[in-house]
Design a protein around this ligand. Sequence first.
Ligand code: FAD
Length: 480
Amino acid sequence: MPARTGAEFLRGLKAPREVWVEGERVSDVTTHPAFSGAAHALAEVFDLQHQAADVCLMPDPETGEPINVSHMLPHSKADLKKRHKGLERISEYSMGLMGRTPDYMNVTYAGFAARADEWSTHSNEEGGENLVKYQKFLRRHDISLTHTIVHPTINRANGDVPKIGNTTALHKVENTSHGILVRGSRVLATLAPFADEIAVYPNPIPLQPGTESHAICFNIPMNTPGLKFLCRDSFSRQGNKFDFPLSSRFDEQDAFVIFDDVEVPRDRIFIDGNLTVYNSVMQRSWWPNIMQQTMIRAQTKLEFAWGLVTRMAETINSSAAHVQMMMGEIWCFAEFARAGIHSAEQGAFEYGNGAWFPDERPLAALRAMLPVWFPRVNEIIRLISAHNPFTAPSAAQFADPKLRPLIDDYLYGAGDVSAEQRARLFRLAWDFAGSALASRNEQYERFYLGSSGRSLQATQMFAPRDRAYRLVDRFLREEF
Ligand SMILES: Cc1cc2nc3c(=O)[nH]c(=O)nc-3n(C[C@H](O)[C@H](O)[C@H](O)COP(=O)(O)OP(=O)(O)OC[C@H]3O[C@@H](n4cnc5c(N)ncnc54)[C@H](O)[C@@H]3O)c2cc1C
């Protein structure tokens, strides 16, 4: 089956799965009020790839069937530029609010398959072959993947990775006649209710010798017996898109995953206790590859925020210097993101095995700063919007024949902005920066691939120092 339509995607979601939300086991995520908005939004993302086929689709290199461009194994700078256009188009659908649209995992697995040499090493040839076969399956069936790479945080004093004997974190229990039996838990599977399969792959923080049972990597269908997903409370607001323009459709959900004795078939295992491979596959090319997708999404979101504050200032004719300065901050963030991605793509090179990925330096710098910038963006939107989101009548109030003329008289905007346009804008601003979903999205930006603190630390630890040392050392070597 080549690139799927939205209807095909929704049909796939009806397969049984153990998804819980607020005390209820959900039988159909496509109709449940907590999930139906996002399920149908994601269906529109699947339809979008056909509507924008020129940038979103490409022929499968072996079958020639149309597949999403996010499945591409990049072999040149031109490939990365082509992929950029498709990723950008997808990110525009949710203005970057859905961080884990399926292209995120498509890019991840394309990167893994492109560096199959890193997986098929140190006696892990079977795992590497399984991974390459899986990536073909993923792209040809246009599978929606959720993923979990983080071990549960029980006692921080015990460190970031499970110690010998830890039975809380996901681990292998035993071999079975068909594969392996696994047990334990992991965080945090964003998109879980809207996925066909779950991917379990390594956290970049290395495991210690003796914890080989935790060194497992595999992908299995969501309906595999024993898999349980505990979703966080829903921030989806049902109702019309006027009242809740974003939270009516973009709550992508996040779930804690319990593997309650789950059997993983042999052909779905990519790493089975091989600590050397587990600790190395995430170290080199995964980061620059996935950062292209996620920074394009971030840039889209920043440009949306820039558009939002600009429209807000126009609507209330706010040209004060302090407002313009704050608007300038958001424009700078968006421009730094655009420039960083451009620089990374221009500096792309072959990482090995014929696989091309962007220069990771500007992307790593962006990743470290965006968790600081995004909360500031929300703060600026709230500062500029002041009380206005709370004087934005609902669709039902607009529909009331007695209220409507009064709203039109008392709540219009500057220039020729109507009351309805003004309400639409400030409702959008609140849904972006102040609603329950906005708060979750801010948390996402802070933590979705490790915290800013860790990123800042890692970024400078691994940065090349040659030129910086040369500039300083000249003074350290001078004669008295
Ligand atoms: C909304 C959301 C969605 C997510 N989706 C997914 C998903 O789909 N799949 C998945 O696998 N995971 C997902 N995650 C999990 C995410 O990967 C982890 O939450 C993330 O790695 C941070 O978790 P942590 O407990 O290790 O935090 P830490 O990195 O330990 O941070 C906790 C606090 O300690 C500080 N800190 C920790 N270490 C340092 C340090 N060395 N230097 C300075 N400060 C430090 C941080 O700044 C932060 O304030 C998601 C998380 C969120 C919030």
